[in-house]
Design a protein. Sequence first.
Length: 225
Amino acid sequence: MKLLVIEDDLANSKFLERALTENGYTIDLAHNAAMADRLALDGDYAAVILDLGLPDEDGLTLITRLKARGFSAPVLILSARRALDDRVRGLEQGGDDYLVKPYALPELLARLRNLLRRNSTPTDQSTVLRVLDLELNLLRREASRAGETLQLTTQEFALLEFLCRNSGRVVTRSMILQQVWGMRIQPDTNVVDVHIYRLRSKVERPDLPTMIRTIRGVGYVLRDK
Ligand code: CA
């Protein structure tokens, strides 16, 4: 599930990026309103985490403009402004929830889950990913193959979600590292291969066709036909 994090504070945005990635989300970071504007145009975001004090524009002005443009993802405001007036104004001007800095990560995650739940209906197609007989429920974090539940760890789920979103296309190890682990450079480890190996042991079944193929020297592809 993809989130847009709009935050100019480098330490906090790095922290959020790592914490949210570890919790199975895919993150796009915007360090200012102009960048957020560009990303929001073509990004398919499940939710937005918004810092109000941005260098080039007030966060509330930004969100008002995005919503007027039809942007509908729920917005969790994260701000050091703790006065009641500020919180009320934030919620009135397009924020769906408001969390005061400094915040505790478990509370942020809980509020985020709440927002995502509130914003979706059981029939919402964007919460269920299907590729052949694989099915991923992104809200409940449940995966199944041919109707049988797969017991996946958070990282395995995120990896399978990434493969599903790119089914039929080859994804390289560095794409996986960047999208699933949030790493920009390829470390000298076989972290991707190890996780693919574990994922395969759960997804592949002797009685069903192979889903995850290795493209030697390049990466992997999830079969879509
Ligand atoms: Ca700020």
